[in-house]
Write a protein that binds this ligand. Structure first.
Ligand code: BG6
Length: 472
């Protein structure tokens, strides 16, 4: 039996006329409806600055779902969902608009006290206005309101702290859900579940057994229409700050006894706060794809990186001197996210012999491989044996990344959300990298579209006598 929500709720999408809402949130709400997850009474409210009638907004909502699912759309379910969709147009800066919004909600929900989930699908510059106006127009501090704020939370450690203090004036930590959509991917969630359920993995993932860890997130797409945002952040802040460091934390953290948000966040934070980045030009490689600066809205002299590779360590006894390499970039040869854990070899093993590897492919394929080496003594031949089983969620009720996360918030759970402390520790690392780049201390390597990124990335594992393990 799939879990269904029984309590009525209001789900407001701030920035409802924007791309994130249309591409991700509306289709996800449809998928939840398709799985019968919603109660009889619920309200999905679009809030944005654009003046639209309710029926025009319902049309936009419907089209975004149809665009995503094409012929597979279940029209009956979609039409039933649309009846729960409402629209309110207002300025984020105007408290009067939020007072009117509260009255609108009261009228729509017939004054019943219902939990209110506010999803921020807006650029960071308007966060504060929405938070303040939502906070100031609440009837009482006891109102059940949950804010979902998607990464990036701030643009560096200082701004993240400021934002946190600002939000805390109006809402408690428990009311804020800091979302990284990678934690909603079932393959990423599997890292923790595989480790908790298989002792064989906990032995393998012990720092003293490991030669190095490599985390790769290649993307074939470029920056697209998000250039305004991307020019401000670059790949280090966009991809490493949360997605890659979260994967690293899940791979290397101690496994807590309890599978609850506090315990998991505590252990992830222990890793993130122990990251030791010898952040200099020897340990960081930045790149930019050719013709990036030809894009409209980009200065010819832009130094925004679209590729980054970093060599790190963990300042923990178990992980002493185990190098960790991260790399990610846009406009590369393929979309592929995976983790490679290379185990140490026995002292008597010859140099040419391959090490054992634990490989976790996260997307587009979702698989776990454990490679073993066998020797056929009579013919003096070595053979690699590999398991390649799927870790994809293939049973009824599997949901896409935002689906699992939205459901979690509606349930009032937060296992797959970030704590503020994790975010600050991640910024500590990322700030060191970006400040070097800002001081022009790092070379920006150009690379071709469809390539595997700048060649200079190979210098990082080479420092320790290793090389990147590419999966084809
Ligand atoms: C987002 C980044 O958080 O993640 C994008 O802002 C990136 O730049 C995207 O393309 C990648 O997500 P996914 O789920 O496609 O791997």
């Amino acid at each position: 039996m799939l879990f269904s929500i029984t309590n009525p709720f209001v789900f407001t999408v701030f920035g409802a006329s924007g791309d994130l809402a249309k591409l991700k949130i509306f289709p996800t709400l449809y998928e939840l409806m398709l799985q019968n997850r919603f109660p009889k009474e619920f309200y999905i409210v679009g809030f944005s600055r654009t003046k639209l009638t309710q029926s025009a907004f319902r049309k936009i909502f419907k089209e975004s779902v149809e665009k995503k699912f094409g012929k597979d759309v279940n029209t009956k379910v979609l039409n039933a969902l649309i009846k729960h969709v409402y629209y309110f147009s207002g300025q984020y800066t105007q408290i009067e608009d939020f007072i009117a919004f509260r009255l609108f909600l009261e009228k729509t929900t017939k004054k019943r006290k219902i939990e209110h989930i506010a999803y921020f699908s807006v650029p960071p510059v308007v966060f504060k206005d929405i938070v303040r106006n939502l906070g100031e127009t609440r009837r009482s501090k006891k109102d059940d309101i949950r804010l979902i704020i998607e990464k990036p939370f701030g643009e560096d450690k200082k701004s993240a702290e400021e934002l946190y203090h600002f939000v805390s004036q109006y809402f408690t930590e428990k009311q804020v859900y800091l979302l990284d959509h990678y934690l909603g991917k079932t393959s990423v969630q599997s890292i923790l579940h595989l480790r908790r359920s298989n002792r064989i993995l906990s032995h393998m993932l012990h720092g003293s057994e490991i030669a190095n860890i490599q985390i790769t997130a290649f993307e074939d797409i470029g920056v697209g229409d998000r250039i305004g945002y991307f020019e401000q952040v670059g790949t280090v802040r966009d991809m490493i700050q949360s997605h890659l460091l979260q994967i690293l934390a899940l791979i290397t953290m101690n496994i807590p006894n309890h599978l609850d948000a506090e315990s998991v966040q505590r252990e992830k934070h222990a890793v993130l706060s122990a990251i030791d980045c010898p952040c200099d030009s020897e340990n960081i490689v930045l790149g930019q794809y050719k013709h990036y600066s030809d894009k409209k809205g980009v200065s010819k002299t832009t130094r925004t990186e679209t590729f980054a590779a970093v060599r790190l360590f963990l300042d923990q006894e178990d992980w002493y001197k185990v190098p960790i390499y991260l790399r990610t970039g846009k406009k590369l040869h393929e979309k592929h996210t995976y983790v490679v854990v290379e185990l140490k070899k026995f002292p008597f093993q010859p140099k040419h012999e391959e090490p054992n590897r634990l490989i976790i492919e996260l997307q587009p394929d979702e698989r776990i491989h454990i490679t073993l080496v066998n020797l056929h003594e009579d013919v003096q031949q070595q053979q690699e044996i590999t398991t390649t089983d799927s870790i994809a969620c293939s049973i009824e009720g599997c949901l896409p990344d935002h689906g699992t996360l939205l459901l979690e918030v509606i349930k009032g759970e937060r296992l797959h959300f970030l704590s503020f402390h994790e975010i600050i520790s991640a910024w500590n690392v990322v700030d060191q990298i970006t400040s070097l780049s800002q001081k022009n201390k790092l070379r920006l390597h150009r690379y071709e579209h469809g390539s595997m990124g700048p060649k200079a990335q190979h210098t990082l594992p080479k420092k320790d006598g290793f090389s990147w393990y590419d999966i084809h």
